[in-house]
Design a protein around this ligand. Sequence first.
Ligand code: SF4
Length: 263
Amino acid sequence: MRGEAGPQAHDFPAVTAPGLESLGELDAAVAECRACPRLVAWREEVARVKRRAFRDWEYWARPVPGFGPADAPLAIVGLAPAAHGGNRTGRIFTGDPSGDALYSALYDLGLASRPTATRRGDGLELYGVRITVPVHCAPPANRPTGAERDTCRPWLARELDLLRPDLRAIVVLGAFAWQALLPVLADAGWQLPRPRPVFGHGAEVLITDPGTRHELCLVAGYHPSRRNMSTRTLTPAMLRDVLRRGADLAGLPRRPAAGTGPA
Ligand code: SF4
């Protein structure tokens, strides 16, 4: 059920998200959202100017929903769509170097049907994995403000709520995602350690729902940004290891690696 707020209203996510009853409804509502004026202006400006290599593209220029099955035991939380990646293709991590690294690693682990992600409708499927972000619109310089993160939070909260029955682990890519995610989990009733765990590549935290004793494992890893990958702060092997750990904690079956890629 939708709330009264129109998509441009600041409280559109807060009013709308709690009443959505499936990921399909959520994804559709997210894609309508215009609650953050700065991000709406930026995503549309980028789509108008384009990048030369993509001048024949009709950019998506809307919020980019999460991607992956509704019964996924493993979630991956990133930062936000890239201006010429998800904001162009309409699918998260699709069409940019971060996505190339992420989907290649997922394919190596048998969690994706193909190693590349180029556009919606390219046949890519995820197995047991749902990828999402705390901010669904491309931000200037890849830096959303705290206010934009907070405005977008109800979408993430509802998405995790809908995933909750099957969710066993979350791989959290980057400090921004970590800081965005922990309050959402606390608000949803998960018991978090105090003091709050600090982000670090490879850090793991086990949290519990005190009512049901449902356990959820958080695994932190560096974001596969172009900068992190080019400086080798994060290598393909490190990314694979973090994702493999998340998949193991989620209880996903180990599949034969489809490829091993460069380390
Ligand atoms: S960032 Fe989130 S809340 Fe803001 S306009 Fe985009 S989808 Fe809406």
